[in-house]
Design a protein around this ligand. Structure first.
Ligand SMILES: Nc1ncnc2c1ncn2[C@@H]1O[C@H](COP(=O)(O)OP(=O)(O)OP(=O)(O)O)[C@@H](O)[C@H]1O
Length: 611
C-alpha cells in the first residue's frame, strides 16, 4: 500500500490562488466544446434568454400594480384592456421561464453525460501513452486517481460555471434597474454579503486542502473495501481469517476521516449562520429605506414592489454567485490535477524518424553494459549486462527470486529505459526503431498475465487484437498452447465467458488460465518469443507437451525463457544465470555443468529433489 503523500498546508490556498485557478476554465470549456459543440452553444443561448427573465417579470409586475392602483383611484375609468394585456404578458413570461428552466436542465444533463464520457476516454487514451514506471510512481498514481475520481465533479463544474454566467447576467439587468432608483441600495447589498463570501471562501479552502491531503488514505480505504468484499480476495481472507484485521484498519481510517470532516462541517455551519444573519440585516435595512420613500410619496407602490423584489432577488443571486464562486474556483483548482495529468509526457524516447524494423533479425539483440534502477530504489535491479541474443537462439534465464530476470525482459521490450548502457538490435540502438514495431515483433507472456473477464476467444485474441475476428488463428493458437482441449470442455466453447464476474462466466484452474495466456504468444508471427515462467502452474505432462510444441513453433525464431524448473531451462541453446541483477554464468547446459558453478549446484539440488 502506498504511503500518504502530497500533504497540503491548509493555509496554502489564498484568494489569489483561487482566482488564478480560474485560468483553467478556458481549457475546460474547450473540452466541453469538443465533447459537443451544438449542446454547449444551445446551453449558452438558453441561459442568456433565461437571465433576462427575472427583471422582465418584476418590471411587468410593477406595471400591473401601478395600473391597479390607478384604476382603484379613478373608478370612472373603466377601460381595463391595458391591465389584462399586462397580466397576459406576465403569464407568458412565467410559462417561458418555466420552459427555459426545463430545457436548460435537459441540455445540461445531456451535455454533462457527453462531457463525462469524453473526458474519461481522454484520460484512458493519455494513460495508454505513458510509461510503465510512471504508473509505478505513487505521486503520478495519486494524480491519475484524482483526475479519474473527479469526473462527476467536472460535470458539475460545467453546470456551475454556466449557471454562474447566467446569474451574473441576471444581476447586471437587476442592478441597472436598482441604480436607476438609488445606487446606495447596491452598496448596502455588497456590505451585507461580503463577509458571507469571505467566510465561504475560507471554509472551501480548508475543505479542499483536507480532501486533497486525504487522497492516499482514500485510496487505501478503497483498497480495504475491495479486500474485505470481493470474489478475488474472499479465499485468502477466510483462510487467514483476515476480516477482523481489514475491518479494524478500515474503521480506524474512516473514523479519522469522519472526525476531520465533521470538525470542519460544524465550524462551517456555525459561521454560515452568523453571516446569513448579517445578510438578512442588510436586506431589511434596504426594505425600510424603500418603504419610507414610498410613504413619503417619492416612489409609487409599483416601484416599491419592483425595488423590494429586485433587492430580494439580487441578494439571493449575489449570495449564490458568491458561494458558487468558491465552489467554481475549487473545482477549477481540482482541474489542475486533471490538466496536469495531460501534461505528463512519456519519458521513453520515441524515434522521430524510426528505422525499418529488421525482418529477419540478422545479428540479434546486444546488451552493452546495461544497468537499471527502479526509480524508487537505490539498488540496481540489473547491472553490467553484456550479452547477445542471437537470431534463432533459445536462451533461458535462471536465478533466484529477485535476481533481475523479469526486469531484463522488460528492458528488452522497452517497458523501461536502461539507466546506463544501451541495447542494440542489429548493431543499431533499439531506441532508433519504432516502439510499436518492436512490440509487434515480440510475443511476451509475463508471469502475472491478466485473466481477462471476457470470452475465451477474446482472452486469446488479446495477443494480437487486430485479429480478434480471425477464428481460425485463435483456434490454431489455442491448439499450440493446449488450450483447445479446454475449449472443447466449456459449454460455450470459444464463446464461453471466463471468470466469475460477468454473464455466467466459468472460473478456470491456474494451469488452465496459463494455457489460455500461452495461446496469446502464438497469435502473431513474432520474431522473438519471451515466456516468463510460462509453465509454473502446468502439470508435468502438460509442461512436456507445451515445450515440445514451443520448440516446433519457434524453429528459426529467438526465444527467451524464464523458468525455475531446470528441466525446462536446459531445453534452451544457452542458459544465463543471474544473481543480484548480474550475469554470473552463461553457456550451454553441458558447459555450465562441467564448470561446476552456480548452475551445476542449483541443477543437482533440484535433480536430487526428484530422486
Ligand atoms: N516495480 C518495481 N519497483 C521497484 N523495484 C522493483 C520493481 N519490480 C522489481 N523490483 C525489484 O527489482 C529486483 C529484480 O526483480 P525482478 O522481478 O526482475 O526479479 P526476478 O528475477 O524476475 O524474480 P522472480 O524470480 O521472483 O520473478 C528485485 O529486487 C525487485 O525487488
Amino acid at each position: 500500500m502506498r504511503q500518504p503523500q502530497n500533504k497540503i498546508n491548509t493555509k496554502d490556498l489564498t484568494l489569489r490562488q483561487r482566482l488564478a485557478a480560474l485560468s483553467n476554465l478556458p481549457a475546460f470549456f474547450k473540452l466541453a466544446w469538443q465533447s459537443s459543440p451544438s449542446k454547449t452553444l444551445l446551453s449558452f443561448i438558453l441561459r442568456l434568454l433565461r437571465s433576462a427573465m427575472p427583471v422582465a417579470l418584476l418590471y411587468v409586475g410593477k406595471l400591473i400594480v401601478d395600473e391597479v392602483v390607478l384604476l382603484n383611484r379613478n373608478t370612472s375609468f373603466d377601460n381595463h384592456n391595458y391591465l389584462w394585456q399586462l397580466v397576459a404578458l406576465e403569464f407568458i413570461l412565467a410559462i417561458v421561464t418555466d420552459a427555459l428552466n426545463r430545457l436548460i436542465n435537459l441540455t445540461d444533463s445531456l451535455l454533462g453525460d457527453l462531457f463525462s464520457n469524453y473526458t474519461s476516454v481522454k484520460i484512458m487514451q493519455h494513460a495508454a501513452t505513458l510509461d510503465l514506471d510512471q504508473f509505478e510512481d505513487s505521486v503520478f498514481y495519486d494524480k491519475l486517481e484524482r483526475a479519474r475520481q473527479q469526473t462527476i465533479g467536472r460535470t458539475m463544474l460545467l453546470t456551475q460555471v454556466m449557471s454562474q454566467v447566467q446569474d451574473m447576467i441576471s444581476m447586471a439587468f437587476l442592478i441597472t434597474g436598482l441604480i436607476a432608483f438609488n445606487a446606495w441600495l447596491i452598496a448596502l447589498l455588497v456590505i451585507a454579503i461580503l463577509p458571507a463570501f469571505l467566510g465561504e471562501s475560507h471554509f472551501n479552502n480548508q475543505n479542499y486542502a483536507l480532501s486533497r491531503s486525504q487522497t492516499p488514505e482514500r485510496r487505501e480505504l478503497d483498497y480495504l473495501r475491495y479486500l474485505g468484499a470481493s470474489d478475488e480476495t474472499a479465499k485468502e481472507i477466510k483462510i487467514f481469517n483476515l476480516a477482523g484485521f481489514v475491518i479494524d484498519r478500515f474503521e480506524t481510517l474512516s473514523d479519522k476521516f469522519y472526525t476531520d470532516n465533521s470538525k470542519l462541517a460544524v465550524r462551517r455551519s456555525a459561521w454560515g449562520s452568523f453571516f446569513s444573519m448579517l445578510g438578512s440585516t442588510g436586506y431589511y435595512a434596504a426594505y425600510v429605506f424603500i418603504i419610507v420613500k414610498t410613504v413619503d410619496g417619492k416612489l409609487s407602490v409599483g416601484d416599491l414592489t419592483f425595488l423590494a423584489g429586485s433587492f430580494r432577488q439580487l441578494r439571493a443571486l449575489m449570495e449564490s454567485v458568491l458561494s458558487r464562486f468558491t465552489s467554481v474556483s475549487q473545482g477549477a483548482i481540482y482541474l489542475d490535477d486533471f490538466l496536469d495529468f495531460f501534461k505528463i509526457k512519456p519519458r521513453i524516447t520515441i524515434a522521430s524518424k524510426p528505422l525499418p524494423f529488421p525482418n529477419p533479425i540478422k545479428q540479434g539483440f546486444t546488451f552493452e553494459n546495461v544497468g537499471f534502477q527502479y526509480h524508487n530504489s537505490q539498488a540496481w535491479a540489473n547491472r553490467y549486462l553484456n550479452f547477445t541474443l542471437h537470431p534463432g537462439e533459445k536462451l533461458s534465464l535462471v536465478g533466484e527470486n529477485g535476481a533481475g530476470k523479469t526486469t531484463l525482459v522488460k528492458l528488452l521490450a522497452r517497458l523501461y529505459e536502461p539507466t546506463e548502457g544501451r541495447i542494440l538490435l542489429d548493431s543499431i540502438d533499439l531506441r532508433d526503431y519504432a516502439i510499436e514495431e518492436l512490440r509487434l515483433n515480440l510475443g511476451i507472456i509475463f508471469q502475472d498475465y491478466i485473466r481477462y473477464q471476457m470470452t475465451l476467444s477474446q482472452n486469446i485474441a488479446v495477443g494480437n487484437i487486430a485479429e480478434i475476428n480471425n477464428k481460425v488463428l485463435i483456434e490454431k493458437s489455442a491448439q499450440e498452447s493446449l488450450a483447445d482441449a479446454l475449449a472443447q470442455k466449456l459449454p460455450n466453447q470459444y464463446d464461453q465467458w471466463l471468470g466469475r464476474r460477468f454473464n455466467d462466466g466459468i472460473e478456470l484452474s491456474g494451469g488452465e488460465w496459463q494455457k489460455v495466456a500461452l495461446a496469446r504468444a502464438y497469435m502473431k508471427d513474432a520474431q522473438v518469443l519471451i515466456l516468463d515462467e510460462p509453465t509454473a502452474a502446468l502439470d508435468a505432462r502438460a509442461e512436456y507437451e507445451v515445450f515440445q510444441r514451443f520448440a516446433e513453433m519457434t524453429q528459426g525464431k529467438s526465444a527467451v525463457l524464464i523458468s525455475h524448473r531446470f528441466s525446462t531451462a536446459r531445453m534452451a541453446d544457452r542458459i544465463m544465470v543471474l544473481d543480484k541483477g548480474q550475469i554470473i554464468e552463461i553457456g550451454t547446459h553441458e558447459e555450465l555443468l562441467s564448470k561446476n558453478g552456480r548452475y551445476a549446484e542449483l541443477f543437482y539440488l533440484q535433480a536430487k529433489g526428484y530422486q
